[in-house]
Design a protein around this ligand. Structure first.
Ligand code: ZN
Length: 347
């Protein structure tokens, strides 16, 4: 397996036990490559990239066993940049907790299955001038969107006894409606314009929020339709170039807003990615993990807004077994007629 070029003068150090004794040095290239494969799937294989270590701390907590702590806390991130085989540029910030820690933990566990505590950190001739230390415990009370699979969400949208959803006649959607199997998304003209054009977004930070409106079942078992009537940008959200964070306050505020919106219910969430959309690259593994843990209804969706040049590409995903699949989209006009919305990727 050929390795993409990676900056050679940064490596990862592994420290063992309470005494944080240096145990081994791991090649950064291998860890990044495995991390990107997890994150991006096949497209990582066709990516030529550079890796830059960033001395910005990552305040999010890593849970799971064995305990793994970043002992050079100030170096919490990597920037991966480069171009894919199709020429589309790629640039993304990753917390090393997300990109490297899962693999480091596996390696540590294989090295010594009994040891309960490990430290790890980025290292280089320059970085290693910073001392290693155990970080102070992180502040409780936030939930992160881009989070490792081992992390439990601290917030959950409460599952309540579901009244039967009203029925939607699939014939209204035309030919595509007749074959709908999972969840279809219907946007009003206003919500479509908002999400795909006018909603203020940042090109420096991932942002997101909640989607509300009405949910319908159809006569076909398992097929649902969501009419998205409102977009609720999350308040009190943590945002940065590499992750989007809902907090407990985001959920509380969303719930009190929903209470005032007659007949609307929570249909799901949305967030942005600061890199162009491709066919392969939709939700990340961590997005999928968050969705499964937080949104319990099988028909709730995750909206994703990618930049595609100056355009935005809007897609929605819904549970499909252990994975998530893209949903077909329609727009309903003011006279109640439906048209296919597509996602403009293939256009
Ligand atoms: Zn994401």
């Amino acid at each position: 397996m050929s390795q993409p070029p990676v900056q050679n003068d940064v490596w990862v150090e592994l420290y063992k036990g309470e005494s944080l004794t240096l145990h081994s040095r791991l090649p950064l290239a291998d860890l990044v490559y495995v991390g990107l494969l997890e994150e991006m799937g096949l497209s990582a294989k066709t990516l030529n990239y550079r890796v830059v270590a960033v001395n910005i701390a990552d305040e999010q907590e890593l849970t799971g066993e064995p305990e793994l702590i970043n002992v050079r806390h100030d170096f919490g991130h990597l920037i991966i940049s480069g171009s894919q085989a199709n020429g589309i540029p790629y640039k993304r910030w990753f917390p090393i907790r997300e990109l490297l820690a899962p693999t480091v933990r596996k390696i540590a566990h294989e090295l010594d299955p009994v040891e309960k505590l490990w430290g790890y950190c980025l290292a280089s001739p320059v970085i290693s001038q910073f001392p290693i230390a155990r970080p102070v415990p992180v502040v409780q009370g936030t939930m992160e969107i881009h989070t490792g699979d081992t992390t439990q969400s601290r917030f959950r949208v409460k599952r309540s006894v579901e009244p039967t959803l009203p029925e939607f006649d699939l014939d209204e959607l035309g030919r595509e409606g007749k074959t709908l199997a999972g969840t279809g998304v219907i946007l009003t003209e206003a919500t479509h314009k908002l999400l795909s054009e006018t909603l203020p977004l940042s090109d420096r930070m991932e942002v997101g929020g909640f989607l509300s409106g009405k949910a319908f079942r159809s006569s076909r078992p398992g097929a649902h339709l969501l009419l998205i009537q409102s977009v609720l940008p999350a308040q009190h959200a943590g945002a940065s170039g590499m992750q989007f964070t809902f907090t407990g306050d985001s959920f509380r505020e969303m719930n009190s807003k929903l209470d005032t919106m007659d007949g609307q219910r929570l249909l799901g969430w949305y967030h942005t990615h600061l890199f162009p959309a491709t066919d392969q690259m939709g939700l990340s593994m961590t997005d999928v993990g968050l969705h499964f843990r937080t949104f319990q209804q099988p028909w709730q969706v995750a909206g994703l807004i990618n930049y595609y040049g100056v355009r935005r590409v809007l897609r929605f995903y819904v549970r499909d077994g252990e994975e998530m699949s893209e949903c077909p989209q329609w727009i309903i006009d003011d006279r109640g007629r439906y048209r296919n919305a597509g996602n403009a990727l293939g256009a």
